[in-house]
Design a protein around this ligand. Structure first.
Ligand code: PLP
Length: 405
């Protein structure tokens, strides 16, 4: 591996293409011929503002974002959006329906894993509305307590005119993801309810952003993603926000909505072209390079095909290991993530599995601390050859442990 780099199967921050990182070192020293490094240049310089608008157009091109939607850049990660979504969309709801009580202002959450659960808990904390759990995947799990599936659509109960409808497209910790296949029972979209205003559909796409096209993108109110999985370093959060969700939060506050910190208001970001305060200049720069690289590679159609192939091979190896009694899949078939493949080692030693992999140049295979087991993350920057390497490693481990006792 060049520069002593190993294969990074970590869940995030995760692998970035080596060629992009090499290019970025030039920019650290001299950004686009300015003589200043990207970490040293003013975010208001014409060179940087031009670059920022190019990053925006790369996102528009790759995801085919219509002009009805703004692209905004901010900080604070997915976690800050757990709060910002609630504040901005409750303000929108207040302007649309000023006379409802807090109990009548409902936020609908689809619970499919640890991250959507965390988001719903933040909504409860902030108040100003009631949280309705549309469906809770744990009820449909093998042991009644794990997030191991995407529930069938007929289990979803939405409320009438909610302030938001929230889902997490890919649950990074639990390894479940909505299927892009319309005929699958775990597909997205679920049956979206009819509403008196435009649908307030919110998607956390942090760990699948730019891995494939986004289904029904134009129908979303807000899509957001922390950069640190498929597209760049931590520190940048990308938002895709429909025009009607950019609301005057101060006008809503006059009607009784909670005041919104300026840095969390989508209107502040939109009015300032994402330059209300200093943006994460270096993460934006590297993200821009990754997106140019993705365009050159053939865009999201190509990544969708590649990521499907990588995941199918890896799941096949896990199934084979399960048939031989060494591994155990954690996720129901059809609900498995293409990005984060999770399983347990039931014969042989988990620490050996992770440790020996590390010794042979493959890092980041341990499952999230809350659930244990193995988690192999194969984001865009993990190549098919690298995926084949870990598959071979799994096969050897399975063979060794299935013959031994
Ligand atoms: N949402 C998802 C799906 C995630 O995977 C993560 C982090 O891994 C988050 C939200 C939280 O993101 P952050 O750590 O950027 O706040």
């Amino acid at each position: 591996a060049s520069h002593g780099r190993v294969i990074n199967f970590g869940a995030g921050p995760s692998a970035l293409p080596t060629s992009v990182l090499e290019e970025a070192t030039n920019g650290l020293l001299n950004f686009n011929g300015t003589g200043l490094g990207i970490a040293e240049i003013s975010h208001r310089s014409k060179e940087f503002t031009k670059y920022l608008s190019e990053v925006e157009s790369s996102i528009r091109k790759l995801l085919d974002v219509p002009t009805t939607h703004h692209i905004l850049f901010t900080q604070g990660g997915g976690s800050a959006q757990f709060s910002a979504i609630v504040l901005n969309l409750l303000a929108r709801h207040r302007l649309l329906h000023p006379n409802l009580t807090d109990d009548e202002r409902v936020m609908d959450y689809v619970l499919t894993g640890s991250w959507s659960k965390k988001a719903s808990e933040e909504a409860k904390r902030l108040g100003g509305g009631k949280v309705n759990i549309v469906t809770d995947a744990r009820k449909f799990s093998k042991d009644q307590k794990s997030f191991d599936n995407i529930p069938a659509h007929d289990s979803y109960t939405f409320s009438c005119d909610p302030a938001l409808i929230y889902y997490c497209e890919n649950e990074t910790v639990d390894g479940v993801q909505f299927s892009p296949d319309d005929s699958s029972p775990s597909s997205f979209p679920f049956h979206l309810p009819k509403q008196s205003s435009l649908l307030p559909l919110v998607g956390d796409h942090s760990s699948s952003f730019m891995s494939r096209p986004i289904a029904r993108l134009a129908e979303h109110a807000v899509i957001y993603a922390g950069a640190q999985k498929n597209i760049g370093p931590a520190g940048l959060t990308v938002l895709i926000v429909r025009h009607d969700c950019i609301v005057d939060v101060d006008a809503a506050a006059k009607l009784g909505a909670a005041p919104v910190p300026l840095t969390m208001s989508y209107k502040t970001l939109a009015d300032s072209g994402s330059l209300y305060n200093t943006p994460p200049v270096l993460p934006i720069y590297i993200t821009g390079l990754v997106l140019q690289h993705a365009l050159k590679q053939g865009g999201l159609e190509r990544y969708a095909a590649l990521n499907t192939r990588k995941a199918e091979k890896l799941y096949a190896a896990v199934r084979e290991g399960a048939d031989k009694g060494v591994l155990q899949a954690k996720v129901k078939e059809g609900s498995g993530s293409q990005m984060n493949i999770v399983f347990d080692v039931i014969k042989g030693d988990l620490r050996t599995f992770v440790g020996d992999a590390e010794a042979s140049g493959m890092k980041g295979l341990a499952g999230h601390r809350s659930v244990g087991g193995v988690r192999i993350s194969i984001y865009n920057a993990v190549t098919e050859e690298e995926t084949d390497r870990v598959i071979n490693y799994i096969k050897c481990f399975v063979d060794k442990n299935s013959v031994s006792q």
